[in-house]
Design a binder for this molecule. Structure first.
Ligand code: FE2
Length: 196
């Protein structure tokens, strides 16, 4: 399995866990109006910082290779870069609403919950489309030389600063992930067992 796909899938698993955590906080907010504000803030900060800068570009790179190798097949999948722009726009709307909630600016509870659920659903659908359509297509159409180039490019791309800062920056998130009791998705298990 190419390193790039391993990394991206592992990032998807992290994001899926964060979406589950977020969903619990939104349920709590809906019922009580009192979510864990630290955790909510960190989850949104993570989504603002990580996917668009460090995750989507890896997928866009694979998409660029695929567009060259199999233009017809890729046309059927759709424009991934445009899709990532939409994902980011949805995130920005949600992030602004969270900031307002954190500042306790009057945000109608229903409107906030709706935005949050739209964001969660949109992220899940987006990742699912990549997992079920895009990655299999890329694995089928790209050859070993393509993957070697992609892996080499992505290896340069890792951001050590973010990695070393993450434990301090996302203390509440780290705590939640360390004590994570959610069931991993069935497809994710074998890979995690072998160390991804
Ligand atoms: Fe993705």
């Amino acid at each position: 399995m190419p390193l790039a796909i391993d990394m991206i899938r592992s990032e998807h698993r992290t994001m899926a866990k964060l979406l589950d955590l977020l969903e619990r906080q939104i349920d709590l907010f809906e019922k009580t109006g009192e979510p864990d504000y630290d955790l909510l803030g960190e989850i949104v900060d993570y989504f603002r910082s990580f996917p668009d800068l460090y995750h989507h570009p890896k997928e866009d790179l694979i998409f660029a290779y695929l567009s060259k190798r199999a233009p017809d097949a890729v046309a059927e999948f759709g424009d991934l870069e445009a899709e990532h722009e939409k994902v980011n726009a949805r995130l920005n709307r949600f992030a602004r609403a969270v900031v307002n909630v954190l500042m306790q600016v009057e945000v109608p509870r229903e409107a906030f919950v709706r935005l949050a659920r739209e964001f969660i659903l949109g992220e899940r659908k987006h990742m699912q489309a990549e997992e079920t359509l895009f990655f299999p297509l890329a694995l089928e159409k790209l050859d070993e030389a393509d993957w070697a180039e992609i892996d080499a490019r992505i290896a340069r791309f890792k951001d050590p600063l973010l990695e070393t800062q993450a434990p301090h920056r996302y203390a509440a998130l780290q705590e939640q992930l360390t004590h994570w009791r959610g069931e991993p998705a069935p497809a994710a298990r074998p890979q995690e067992a072998t160390g991804g």
